[in-house]
Design a protein around this ligand. Structure first.
Ligand code: PLP
Length: 407
């Protein structure tokens, strides 16, 4: 992105998240246009980046929201997402979350077990409402991605098997308090191959056909999220190829297509800026110690995920001077790194590093470990920057403890 990262680092301080809203808009419209000719809703997966301004920007473009907690549902509503474009997924919902979702009258609750269906029925009955539901089917497909982000195999905790799904639909269809209008699957994240998506789509579309045959009329076909993005040199799926496969497998069915992209929308819209504190050598190994840490961006530590790291405008830097360095933060864990053996020029105190592809699962996974304040977040749109989340302070962190302090 053409952003003056140095100026932003000076203006807002580091560590800092910066999101390019024009990029997000481009991703949204590209995907939406790929669905042209069909009824569709793009339910942005809020967990990827739940900053209110990001959600609001997408809502204005027409996006819905896919939420995995009532907190995310509230964020979506606060940000202005239409309630009829909000879906609530997740493998474990509390009664109070179910109640609030029904009271807010959102589009769908995605159910992941028979036990959960019974709870939803009970809560709906108490409220005297009919709950619009969708069932998450686990099609037992290997998505060929990282095991931590693979969700569509029976060995994963997500969804229900096909026969169970069918039994649940039959039960829900008879219930006064359940209205089974949707079907859902989500086989994993960072999917770079089409064939598992196609296979899963086919299996679930066949189930829809067999449900229609017994007069259970599914209206919403939710293909989940997971479209892969380029972190390094991956070859991934295009929006067009993706929707063509979905169209092909759902041929002849009158459905509103839902999809729940998170990473696709925001990963490469974001960068994380961090300043060099020191360089050091341990027995010949070069370390660059920066002011950001795993509490800010945990993906390298958690998944061994690759993020491209670049030194920004270091004076006189020559490529041949680059030597491999581990880029590490100040947190007291050996796993606190952003990159290993990253070729970098000699660096000095206050030089700026840019960590790419940090827009998804970056800030949302941040913590206060080591009593580190969470970073600020900035939006850049049409060449203008604005703060969308203040840098946390020490006071923010101790606010909920101070009144209980006994000395
Ligand atoms: C995490 C998740 C998504 C978003 O996944 P991405 O890989 O970010 O697109 C969508 N749907 C469900 C149910 C999820 O759990």
């Amino acid at each position: 992105m053409s952003i003056d990262t140095k100026a932003l680092a000076d203006k807002y301080g580091t560590p800092l998240y910066v999101y390019d809203f024009d990029y997000i808009e481009n991703r949204y419209t590209t995907l939406k246009e790929a669905f042209a000719g069909k009824k569709s809703i793009i339910n942005y997966a809020v967990k990827a980046n739940s900053n209110l301004s990001v959600i609001a920007y997408l809502a204005k473009l027409g996006a819905g929201a896919d939420c995995v907690s009532i907190g995310e549902v509230q964020r979506a509503l606060t940000a202005g997402v239409s309630k009829y474009k909000i879906i609530f997924s997740g493998v474990g919902k509390r009664d109070d979350e179910i109640r609030a979702a029904l009271e807010h009258d959102i589009l769908l609750l995605n159910l992941e077990s028979e036990a959960e269906m019974k709870r939803v029925e009970m809560v709906a009955k108490e409220l005297g409402k009919e709950a619009r539901i969708s069932i998450r089917v686990n099609p037992n497909i290997d998505p060929q991605t990282h095991p931590y982000i693979s969700t569509g195999l029976h060995e994963n905790k997500f969804g229900v098997e096909l026969d169970m799904a069918k039994r649940m639909y039959i039960y829900a269809n008879k219930s006064e308090f359940l209205n089974p209008v949707g079907i859902h699957f989500h086989i994993g994240s960072q999917l770079t191959k089409l064939s598992p998506i196609k296979e899963a789509c086919g299996i679930v579309a066949d189930l829809v056909r067999s449900l229609k045959a017994i007069n259970i009329d599914i209206k919403f076909f939710d293909v989940g999220g997971g479209i892969g993005v380029v972190y390094d040199e991956e070859v991934t799926i295009s929006a067009k190829e993706y929707t063509q496969v979905i169209f092909e497998m759902t041929k002849g069915l009158d459905l509103t297509l839902l999809c729940e992209p998170g990473r696709y929308m925001v990963a490469n819209a974001g960068i994380f800026l961090t300043k060099v504190l020191y360089e050091k050598n341990n027995g010949g190994k070069r370390f660059v110690i920066v002011d950001g840490a795993m509490n800010d961006l945990i993906r390298p530590s958690l998944y061994n995920a690759y993020h491209k790291i670049e030194a920004v405008g270091v004076e006189g830097a020559k490529e041949y001077e680059n030597t491999p360095a581990d880029v590490v933060g100040p947190v007291c864990e050996s796993g606190d790194f952003f990159g290993k053996d990253v070729p970098l020029p000699p660096l000095e105190h206050n030089d700026l590093l840019m960590i790419h592809s940090a827009g998804a699962y970056g800030f949302t996974m941040a913590s206060n470990y080591n009593t580190r304040a969470k970073a600020a977040e900035v939006a850049v749109q049409a060449g203008k920057d604005r703060l969308i989340r203040q840098r946390e302070t020490y006071e923010d962190q101790v606010r909920l403890e101070l009144e209980y302090l006994e000395k």
